[in-house]
Design a protein around this ligand. Structure first.
Ligand code: B3K
Ligand code: ZN
Length: 897
């Protein structure tokens, strides 16, 4: 894994066009584990056969950090050789049994890939290429086999022994040991293998599917955590019901297990029948988890469960097709969360939140050195391609398909996809083809090859629109042009198929009927226009007065929309648009416009950044009698510093930070009495329930407190900070408590310190809460460069451990990736510290290190002196003689683009 670049050339890129089917198939795998943290023995017996469809070649099995003890072919000692990490065998018969006996050391596995130990419990993580750290194997997703797994371990230390599928046998062994044998009824690729062994307890529930079949659901955690598993279990039950009712996809296993671990590189993993989760996405109680945690648990439990069909039953042919399962499954989990919402407003809030993630994380990725298509063409380390492009943009591509074929048409397409491909390892082309074939008369079917450019072209398209009203002809003409900027390795782009949901607002703010001049029928409300050309014109008839166009309703395509709106038009959309997404978007555009003007201009000191009309519009929204609290909270949230920075050609992060803080202070002060009203109106949400409506009320009350504390800081008032501290002490749930704590910390009030001390004392034994405590401090607004010294202190705190990914993220990532105003220091100390942490982490856990390395993706946009200092810091990392290929790939790409 560690590459010494003196001894070895640069790591090679794996290219999609080089895909070849495997030379051998593995039909069955019989694994026996003697589990021991220091030395686990793995006996692997495989029934293999040559793939008759490809020319004969030696068998090459992948391995990584394994100790090889024995290789037998059909029970006989066999000659083999090592080529790098691969075990190579020649002269094999057409079909044979291969037995490989290896050992590994889970206790020393700090990468958390393969078999590792966390809090005295064994876990595995095999996706993408971790199985090769357990045994020699054809560790690629198109080799699907039937697995039988025997686990043997000391019974007192490891009473629970789990693997995929059904428990077929278990019993005691001599010397205080015991065993369990599991058989998975479904063929699967190696990346879906899992085992867990340790002292765990389970919440259990039995559910009946529509066909009357019973299933056992289990959520395994450590003994003290059982009372925090109810929400995860409920989320699992909801997921099962939803997938059956929306897509007709039933649970196909007798037993479905979720197991939580506190040491995990990512959120969760969809191993067949045995999902392994980061505790962050399982454990919740009202005392320890926020509303956001509850919502995330629901969506991650759903996501992993939905993979049971989209990923496990139909998997990826190769890792370039990763979005086949990830984009589709994100789309499914987004739809699941939306379908659980009680009303249209809550659905819109979920959509806005998803788009915000896309625009603040994926758009920058698509514009930076790591830009790649949804179906990449090459990679050095596949772990680096579990990205927001594969996941979130991939989900948008699936969503556009649904927009083009309709919701029922999409469900038909899914049915055809499973009819054709159940049990197979397939490609993104296969998926798109199935959706199109099930909808032969759709725009998707008509434009399928062009639509698939969304898979092959990277970069965020820009759609520029101009509107022209002709009073005499009573027409309104919209001229669309689309373009896409060059991205690494891709110069000229071809036009995309872009569904544009459109409405036109009349003078009273109501939707006009939409009658195109093509003679088709008039449509009330929203109409989907399909762009396929670089330039395209649409003319609407019967339009008496110049309308306000509401373009890209619901964010119907992942593009940047340019339309030269006047402030009055945006205020009209904010006040009246029937599409809540565009209503929110209008407010964001107004705020962004003000921010950019203040950043780029040279305003006289003390000039307010926000105009009166905007502030008044925000007051109207805040006080609105019918809008939901959650929606109000989104409208009143200013665009993030990251989002604002993306709109600039050259970024001075300090200037962005100062301007955004000034905007927030202005909103806090100008609306002080409105915030006080909002707080009093929304602070009581009754008995704790994490549903979207009550969560929205808590969010708005929390936002009000933050603004009241900010205003108090400006005015010297002590009443609201005092009330906030009291709220912090009295709160009946973590959301209210944390919001109050955050209000004190964010406003920089002196009371923050005692609240932080008290919070730590209250929750010292709750790891996930202590993560929040670290993250809040490392992400706090910078005042005179005070955050970096604090972060350095936090790293020395007895509760800090860089080996635990959640803890590392809570301090290091919160500072480097989520606190631009504190990280981008004119003295470059933030960058130096970043480079040290990347190097330190790389020796422990390359995946986490490479993720941290991405904090510098946008360095080339920075103004001086930041730009040169950032480049120097990246170069310092890249120059390390020993670096994982994970981190090397990220920093090399950063420097070359
Ligand atoms: N499929 C896993 C992610 C695996 C990441 C490997 N580096 C979780 C998910 O997307 O559901
Ligand atoms: Zn996934």
């Amino acid at each position: 894994m560690l590459l010494s670049r003196d001894a070895q050339a640069q790591p090679v890129a794996i290219r999609r066009e080089d895909y070849r089917p495997p030379a051998y198939w593995i039909d069955t795998v019989d694994l026996t584990f003697d589990l021991d943290p220091a030395k686990t023995r793995v006996l692997n017996r495989m029934q293999m056969r040559r793939n008759p469809d490809v020319p004969a070649e030696p068998l090459r099995l992948d391995g990584d950090e394994l100790n090889l003890a024995r290789v037998l072919v059909d029970g006989q000692g066999a000659s083999f050789r090592m080529e790098g990490d691969q075990l190579v065998l020649d002269g094999l018969p057409d079909s044979f049994e291969l037995e490989v006996f290896t050992t590994c050391c889970p206790a020393k596995n700090t990468q958390l890939m393969g078999l590792f130990v966390s809090q005295d419990t064994f876990f595995t993580q095999c996706e993408a290429e971790g199985f090769r750290r357990i045994t020699y194997f054809l560790d690629r997703p198109d080799v699907m086999a039937s697995y039988t797994v025997t686990l043997r371990a000391e019974k007192a230390a490891y009473p629970v022994l789990l693997s995929n599928g059904n428990l077929v046998e278990h019993g005691d062994l001599p010397e205080g040991r015991h065993f369990a044998r599991w058989a998975d009824p479904f063929r699967k690729p190696s990346y879906l293998f899992a085992l867990v062994a340790g002292k765990l307890v389970a919440r259990e529930q039995r559910v009946k599917a529509r066909n009357g079949k019973e299933h056992l659901l289990q959520v395994y955690v450590r003994a003290g955590d059982l009372d925090k598993t109810e929400h995860a279990m409920n989320s699992l039950v909801h997921s099962i019901v939803w997938d059956e009712s929306r897509f007709g996809l039933a649970l196909d296993l007798d037993r479905f297990m979720i197991v939580a671990t506190s040491d995990f590189n990512m959120g969760a993993m969809e191993n067949k029948g045995l999902n392994i989760f980061n505790t962050k996405y399982v454990l919740a109680s009202q005392a320890t988890a926020t509303d956001a945690d509850y919502a995330n648990i629901e969506s991650v439990v759903g996501h992993e469960y939905f993979h049971n069909w989209t990923g496990d039953r139909v998997t990826c042919r190769d890792w370039f097709q990763l979005s086949l399962k990830e984009g589709l499954t994100v789309f499914r989990d987004q739809e699941f969360s939306m379908d659980l919402c009680a009303d249209a407003s809550a659905r819109a809030v979920k959509r806005i939140e998803d788009v915000r993630v896309l625009r603040t994380a994926q758009f920058p990725e698509d514009a930076g050195p790591m830009a790649h298509p949804v179906r990449p063409d090459s990679y050095i380390e596949i772990s680096n391609f579990y990205t927001v492009t594969i996941y979130e943009k991939g989900a948008e591509v699936v969503r556009m398909m649904q927009t083009l074929v309709g919701r029922d048409g999409f469900a038909r397409g899914m049915t055809l996809y499973f009819q054709r491909h159940d049990g197979q390892a397939v490609t993104c082309d296969d998926f798109a083809q199935a959706i199109a074939d099930a909808n032969p008369d759709s725009a998707l079917a008509r434009h399928l090859p062009q639509f698939k450019r969304w898979y092959s072209q990277s970069g965020t398209p820009r759609v520029a629109v101009r509107g022209q009203h002709d009073a005499a002809a009573r027409t309104y003409t919209l001229d669309f042009t689309q373009s896409c900027p060059p991205t690494p390795g891709q110069g000229d782009k071809q036009p995309f198929v872009i569904p544009v949901n459109l409405g036109l607002l009349g003078p009273d703010g109501q939707d006009l009927p939409l009658q195109l001049d093509d003679g088709g029928p008039a449509v009330a409300g929203t109409r989907t226009l399909v762009l396929t050309e670089a330039a395209q014109r649409f003319t609407f008839t019967g339009i008496d007065a110049e309308p306000v166009p509401s373009i890209l309703r619901g964010f119907s395509a992942p593009v940047v929309l340019d339309f030269d709106y006047g402030d009055a038009q945006l205020l009209a959309l904010l006040a009246h648009d029937s599409d809540p997404f565009n209503r929110w978007e209008a407010g964001q555009r107004l705020a962004l416009r003000a921010a950019l003007a203040a950043i780029e201009g040279v305003p006289a000191p003390g000039t307010p950044v926000l105009g009166e009309a905007f502030v008044e519009a925000m007051r109207q929204v805040l006080r609105h009698p019918t809008l939901d609290a959650a929606f109000k909270e989104l409208v009143l949230t200013l665009p993030s510093e990251t989002y604002i920075a993306e709109q600039l050609a050259v970024v001075d992060p300090q200037r962005v930070h100062v301007v955004r803080e000034a905007m927030r202070t202005q909103l806090a002060t100008a609306l002080a009495s409105d915030w006080a009203w909002a707080y009093e109106e929304h602070k009581d949400t009754g008995a704790y329930r994490p549903d979207p409506a009550s969560a929205g009320r808590r969010a708005l009350a929390g936002m009000a407190l933050t603004h009241l504390c900010i205003a108090a800081r400006a005015s010297g008032d002590t009443v609201w900070p005092g009330k906030t501290l009291q709220r912090f002490k009295d709160a009946g749930n973590m959301t209210d408590r944390f919001n109050a704590l955050s209000a004190l910390v964010v406003s920089g009030h002196a009371l923050a310190q005692q609240a932080l001390v008290r919070f730590h004392a209250m929750f010292r034994d709750e790891a996930l809460v202590i993560d929040k405590w670290f993250a809040l401090q490392a992400g706090a607004p910078d005042r005179g460069g005070d955050v970096l010294p604090l972060v350095k202190q936090l790293m020395k705190h007895p509760d800090f451990s860089i080996r635990n990914p959640n803890r590392a993220r809570s301090v290091i990532f919160s500072y480097c990736s989520a606190n631009p105003g504190a990280f981008h220091r004119p003295d470059a100390a933030g960058y130096v510290w970043w480079s040290e942490r990347v190097i330190e982490l790389d020796a422990i856990n390359p995946q986490v290190a490479a993720r941290l390395a991405r904090a510098m993706d946008r360095w080339s946009k920075l103004a001086e002196p930041y730009r040169s200092a950032a480049r120097e810091a990246i170069a310092r990392v890249a120059a390390r003689p020993e670096l994982s290929k994970d981190t090397l790939e990220v920093v090399t790409r950063a420097l070359s683009n």
